[in-house]
Design a protein around this ligand. Structure first.
Ligand code: MN
Length: 255
């Protein structure tokens, strides 16, 4: 099996390396990742400047490449150019930090897996919850996330999902190995979204920041699953149509 592995944290990220080592148990892995961190790049692609692919010498594999673009650029260039269109699976991650609820629309990690789904390939995005001050144990948690990733790859090959879908996986800090819950996409709204500072001439500037608001959503969502310390697996589809609104909006059509 030929696997395309990417991320949005960049080619140097520990989570990417952990995923590569784990996926080498499943097949041949091509790492094609952004040359610098591109978290929250969303589904952006690079249209107005050239893209460069460079062999990445820091890993023993001859199949590691950095790309001067976004996570989605990595998937299309990786698939079309580096792998010559011969690819069976796209994996994005292991991201440093969760991708839950509305985060999916900002996430470079999830968008890269969406790009895999656009191409028509089975695709998985996987993210690891990061708890400040516990970085020493992160290595251990990447091991749990890695084994969950391998388990899901095997399931996906054994029991394929329809085209134009993907899995969004979130692994909590201190996850139970080899267990997961199937969830829906939750809601996640951020409060205190901007921090204001002032430059030396007194003009304000802003950092996007914020913390998740408490939400009253008690469904089996990805957000609630992580709150319980359980690994969340959400099947996601590219078709964003709100089918339940079609009849209502049809009612607006003239005559
Ligand atoms: Mn990231």
């Amino acid at each position: 099996m030929r696997i395309l592995l990417t991320n949005d944290d960049g080619i140097n990220a520990a989570g990417l390396n952990a995923a590569r080592r784990a996926l080498e148990r499943c097949g041949d892995v091509w790492v094609v990742a952004p040359e610098k961190p591109r978290s929250a790049a969303g589904h952006a692609i690079t249209l107005h400047k050239p893209l460069r692919i460079n062999p990445w010498p820091a890993t023993p594999s001859h199949r590691s490449f950095s790309v001067s673009g976004t996570p989605s650029d990595c998937v299309t260039l990786g698939h079309d150019v580096i792998m010559n269109g011969e690819c069976d699976l796209v994996v994005s991650g292991i991201n440093h930090g969760t991708n839950l609820g509305w985060d999916l629309t900002y996430s470079g990690t999830v968008s890269a897996a969406m790009e895999g789904a656009v191409i028509g390939l089975p695709s998985i995005a996987i993210s690891q919850e990061v708890v400040p001050g516990h970085t020493a144990e992160l290595k251990h948690d990447f091991e749990i996330a890695s084994s969950i990733l391998v388990m899901l790859v095997e399931k996906l090959l054994d029991d394929p999902l329809p085209s134009f879908t993907l899995l969004n996986v979130n692994v909590p800090f201190g996850a139970v190995p080899d267990q997961f819950r199937v969830t829906s996409q939750g809601t996640r709204v951020y409060l205190d979204r901007f921090a204001e500072r002032f430059d030396p001439s007194g003009r304000p500037y802003y950092w996007i920041t914020g913390h998740p608001a408490h939400d009253e959503d008690h469904r089996d969502t990805d957000v609630n699953c992580l709150k319980k310390g359980l690994t969340s697996v959400t099947p996601v589809q590219l078709d964003m149509t709100a089918y339940h609104l079609i009849e209502q909006v049809k009612g607006w059509q003239p005559g």
